[in-house]
Design a protein around this ligand. Structure first.
Ligand code: CA
Ligand code: CA
Ligand code: CA
Ligand code: CA
Length: 639
């Protein structure tokens, strides 16, 4: 009901141009103009669930500790030999940059101990909070890796066919089961307690209408991966001797270990899989293993009905695996579940991965997050440049793909949205073509001593609203990174992986600074105002089909003052979105020379200031407060 509050003006008889015809043939009408994009092709393209999805990204170790009895132990963690005997699971509600005694034993710097921290997040925690997610309005989860691995992020898989034992109820029991298994043979794969809990989670999520997409890391593994362990031990006698890129075997005649291999970007803890002989796919060994593991999670009981399985995959570093592998893998996926969603982690234009690799979509850093940072967050990209960049990058994808792109701002790989806003303008751009998005030394105090770790202020929260507003009104499936809706802020990895801030927990203030700089303590608590706004904006997307399925048309993009107007049209539903990125109120004219319509403000990002619309001859004039966005709803008058 919140939007009714802002429906201050309802004008009858305002004339309005009807810019894009939305016909069922999927073709823009002749007067659509050069900027017309994304014509809805109902009837020509298979319907899928993604265009109606609002995703939520969960980093499992940091979302919710639902079971203290399964928390990681020191021996379980990667590089456990470096952690002092006094190592403990870290307190969920502690001051992030404050250091435990065991961390201080590891070195002087914050970043020397933090990667050894564990907070005990697990699948029970997610199960316990499905109602929270449903209440927020999300209907799809993307999980960072859930498979067995020793790191906190789990991109170093020890298995792709078992869930991490410490995410389930019986770590010791699961580890014993896994150790007894003949790993490459699917017929012998057991279902551990963690595996079964994950299947329960799928069932509980599906019962709430929430789909689940998981992370597939098929480029590399960890050194604890069963094949790599065997290879390392048995060398050329191992049945897995060709699975990895071995550059040197151990010479048994010498005491030293000469064994060497290629790691991901030279990083030895992540050995990469070998390609096949002609480089068109992965080596047949890992390829078959991945296909088997894929089927296990997509149709767990193997009865041909995928409803008990996951709904899709997010593919880590997809550009580093041969495209031929992906086209075969995607065909395999669709044979199991034709409605499965597969989304690449590609930070540049990903059109060829979709065209030739068979993916559904990409994480839309390039076509969404970069331009949003330039215009809405930094305020350095002019509105006209923003409109141009959006449209050019949207056009590079075929029409059905445009509605499936995963539109995100922040993730486990970037600083958080609120912190991006807090740090706008702190540094001159080093990579202006991407507005320094995820640009190492400018997105973390780990590398740049001017990076601000403080909480956002009121003006910065208004900008956050504009970003979320744009995300929910633009073509493509929005994705919220866990905690952004709860008001969380944080720098790039590892500070974007702080424990989730929950309303039922009391947190210490953030008082420590990672570089020892003076700091005014920031209270840490679930921000119910931010949350309520995200609820409202997600509801807007769910209730206005034109935002999910409609055409996209830029109406005006003014560089001074910074305003943007665009339109989403679906049949008779015409939604005009207006955004004032400027710091002063602005009267935004919208020319409306054609058909008469009704015209009403149905949503505003401002809680307390009124957005109003008045008719002026051949135009309407929208009064927009500073840093505010609004939705105007109109309907074509029936002839
Ligand atoms: Ca736990
Ligand atoms: Ca040797
Ligand atoms: Ca099944
Ligand atoms: Ca990063």
């Amino acid at each position: 009901m919140d939007y009714i509050r802002h429906a201050a003006v309802l004008l009858m008889g305002v004339s309005l141009i009807f810019i894009v015809g939305c016909d069922t043939a999927g073709v823009a009408s002749e007067n659509a103009g050069a900027d017309s994009l994304g014509v809805f092709a109902s009837g020509t393209v298979a319907e899928d669930w993604t265009r109606d999805a609002v995703f939520y990204q969960i980093f499992p170790e940091r979302f919710r500790n639902g079971d203290a009895s399964n928390d990681p132990v020191r021996a379980s963690i990667e590089f456990s030999e470096r952690a002092p005997a006094s190592w403990r699971v870290s307190p969920w509600t502690g001051d992030w940059y404050a250091r435990a005694d065991w961390e201080k034993e590891m070195g002087d710097g914050f970043y020397e101990g933090v990667f050894h921290r564990r907070y005990g997040g697990d699948l029970q925690g997610v199960l316990d909070q499905l109602d929270y997610l449903a209440d927020l309005g999300i209907n799809a989860i993307y999980f960072n890796p859930v498979f067995y691995a020793r790191s906190l992020h789990k991109y170093d898989g020890a298995s792709f066919h078992h869930i991490d034992p410490y995410f389930g109820p019986d770590p010791d029991g699961d580890l014993a089961v896994i150790a007894a298994e003949d790993a490459p043979t699917p017929a012998q794969w057991a279902w551990t307690a963690a595996d079964r809990l994950f299947l329960n989670l799928l069932e509980a999520a599906h019962a709430r209408g929430i789909r689940v997409v998981i992370d597939g890391v098929f480029n590399h593994t960890g050194r604890a991966f069963f094949a790599f362990k065997d290879l390392r031990e048995k060398q050329q006698a191992s049945p897995y001797k060709d699975w990895y890129v071995v550059t040197r075997w151990d010479d048994p005649a010498t005491p030293e270990d000469e064994f060497d291999y290629e790691g991901w970007w030279g990083y030895k803890p992540l050995p990469i899989f070998a390609d096949n002989e002609d480089g068109t796919s992965l080596h047949p060994g890992p390829r078959q293993y991945i296909l088997d593991a894929t089927a296990r999670w997509m149709d767990p009981n193997g009865d041909g009905d995928p409803s008990d399985g996951i709904d899709g995959w997010r593919l880590d570093v997809a550009g580093e695996v041969p495209l031929g592998f992906w086209s075969g893998w995607n065909a395999h996926v669709r044979r199991i579940n034709p409605n499965a969603y597969t989304v690449t982690e590609i930070w540049e234009d990903a059109a060829r991965f979709i065209d030739r690799g068979g993916f559904s979509a990409t994480m839309n850093y390039h076509g969404f997050a970069f331009p949003v940072k330039g215009f809405l967050i930094d305020g350095t990209l002019p509105a006209s440049g923003f409109a141009e960049m959006l449209q050019t990058r949207l056009r590079s994808y075929p029409e059905p793909t445009r509605f499936r792109l995963q539109n995100l701002i922040d993730s486990h790989d970037t600083d958080r949205l609120a912190s991006m806003i807090v740090n706008a303008g702190v540094y001159a751009y080093a990579a202006p073509e991407k507005f320094d998005y995820d640009w190492g030394e400018h997105v973390s105090p780990r590398h740049g001593d001017r990076y601000r770790v403080r909480a956002p202020d009121a003006r910065e929260r208004r900008i956050q609203r504009l970003v979320a507003f744009f995300q929910m009104t633009y073509p493509g499936a929005p994705m919220i990174y866990y905690g952004t809706e709860a008001g969380m802020w944080g720098a790039d990895d590892p500070d974007d992986r702080m424990p989730m801030v929950w309303p039922d927990l009391a947190y210490e203030p953030q008082a420590a600074d990672p570089l020892g700089r003076p700091r005014t303590p920031d209270p840490v608590a679930f921000d119910s105002t931010v949350f309520a706004f995200y609820q409202r904006i997600i509801r807007l997307r769910h209730t206005r089909a034109a935002f999910r399925h409609g055409t996209f048309e830029v109406l005006t993009a003014a560089d001074e003052p910074r305003t943007l107007a665009f339109r989403r049209t679906l049949g008779e539903e015409i939604l005009t979105v207006v955004i004032n990125r400027g710091d002063a109120p602005h009267r935004l004219p919208l020319s409306t020379p054609a058909d008469s319509t009704t015209f009403a403000v149905v949503f505003s990002t401002s809680d307390d200031e009124t957005v109003s619309v008045t008719a002026e001859d051949e135009a309407v004039m929208v009064e927009l407060p500073a840093l505010t966005g609004a939705v105007l709803r109109s309907a074509a008058r029936r002839p």
